[in-house]
Design a protein around this ligand. Sequence first.
Ligand code: ATP
Ligand code: MG
Length: 463
Amino acid sequence: MRWYYTLQLFRNKRIRVTNQGDIESGNVQAIILPRAEHGLSRASISSSALKVLYRLNEAGFQSFLVGGGVRDLLLGREPKDFDVATDAHPEQIRQLFNSCRLIGRRFRLAHVRSGRDVIEVATFRAANELPGGVETVQVEHNDEGRILRDNVYGTLEEDAWRRDFSVNALYYDISDFSVVDHVGGLEDLKAGMLRLIGDPEQRYREDPVRMLRAVRFAAKLGFRIHTDSEEPLWELGHLLDDIPAARLFEEVLKLFLGGSALATFELLRRYDLFQFLFPLTDDALELEEQGFPITFVARALENTDKRLAENKPVTPAFLYAALLWEPMRLQMQKLMAEGMGELEAAQVAGNRVTAEQIQYTSLPKRFSFPMREIWMLQSRLERRRGKAPHRLLEHPRFRAAYDFLLLRAEVGEADPELADWWTSFQELNKVEQPPAVEPTEPKPRRNRRPRKRKPAGQPDAGS
Ligand code: ATP
Ligand code: MG
């Protein structure tokens, strides 16, 4: 058990130093930083989250901001979303909010909609084990130790112990604006340290996705992973095989579309975890570790980060197209060596690679279709004669395919001269050809307000 933290940094605050003796006796106390002693201000919390926090509190429930919201605000970063923890049970939460949906089976949660935001409201959950190794509740596990169901409600302290990393288990109390820390999260936050709460191997076994979360937070926050939390990463990656492909798809999006894709990729490779998400790509990268394939993936991810930093759109279709390009290319080459024509080979290889990949991380059809189009268009981009290039310009996926070609050219896998040709061709066409559909006057604005009760006998507007 590695439960002890010495909280010297905060010795002069309202500190109760937690020593190993305390912990082993289960007598763990919290650090409570009063309002004046931390930099988290209500002004940086979204108004929707504040509304939810106050509403719960006014109804007599405990109400805390928790998780990434508190962590990021204390670090002076903009949170991605706001999560709320409360002692109200899901049904009680539902009664308080009009637009509330209860979701989740493994963990039952409330989603409260406020304007365009969705605030996740979770009832305090009991930890399956408190410091000192005391089992508190029965949580359903499988043979590997994975948690199957965990809906036993508990206290704030228990809730803190069952969260993943200490820096994710800080609570901002809306009733007095203090920050509550039961697990040494404040100290770790100061030290830039990512530390799994509890016994790391057991916590990874309970939920192997925590390994991916470790990498994601380390990359995004620039934190070190504590040695104890780091060591099992090299050993336990195979547990990801048991995680449903749909959950891994969600996680892949968080890993690679969160603004730190390149750093995340490097860490995933360092901990041998990438192979459990993209085994075909990993094999292909191993084949030519020194060559352009790895540079291509790295460039594509760097480019994704850059686009996000510039508030440009990114799509899972392009991301997957890039991540799977090398296996796709190798498969295509193999088929062509067996005598298949280029377009057919692209089609067949695309289907095979997709079919295999979705066994690991799923990819909804709305992304896998455009992904394959981006691939198919790579061959068509080589045809520069006659009407073909003009027709290609009209293709809905042209822009993505062209961006993809630029990346390939940058790493020397496609002909840079071809990429330049397309750049000039588009320029020329902009000048010489009018846009396919030229709007002459502004389109009438559609009334988007949902139509309510229409008095009988009155005709529809516009009919
Ligand atoms: P971000 O929203 O920036 O990705 P986050 O820390 O808020 O980061 P969420 O996935 O939004 O992450 O989860 C909210 C909180 O719920 C986490 O901070 C953590 O306390 C807890 N949590 C989420 N997933 C797990 C998990 N797999 N195991 C234990 N606790 C978790
Ligand atoms: Mg969050």
